[in-house]
Design a protein. Sequence first.
Length: 167
Amino acid sequence: MSRSYVPITEADLRRLAALAAEDRRDLFARKPDTGRSYADRLFAVALCQGAALHYIDKKSGIKDLDVWSFYEEHPRRAYPYRRRAKRDFGDPKFGTTDDSAQFIGRRVDLIGRSIPGADRSAPVETLRRYLRAGATESARRLAEKAVVLIEPSSLMGTIVWPENPNA
């Protein structure tokens, strides 16, 4: 799969935030029970894996853009962990994704997870604790590369993982 080496900017992170918000609205409208459980539990949205690593080092390249929404787990039910949506970045600046020829731009994969005991007031530390613990396959996979916050907007661009990217 071809990679793009174009740097990811703050404007691109804002675009990804908008796509994630649109996807949440669509999901919660189609799945009202999920919406009732999770619409008010979002504490972070992050660019993850290879694209997040590229955001940090500007040399890893982008195959696709993985955007994860993290929620404080509802006591009745976990967020539907198998749910994954695919959207078009909508701008060809990063090229296209080989297996998504119908898209104008790179494919954006939108994924969500609920985290038990999440502290919504401390998204960076909550996510670092989740990644350090590695208690789930998702946490272990995300910790292999990088996590960069998109939301909350006041923390946009904050590197969550690796903890010491310049060390």
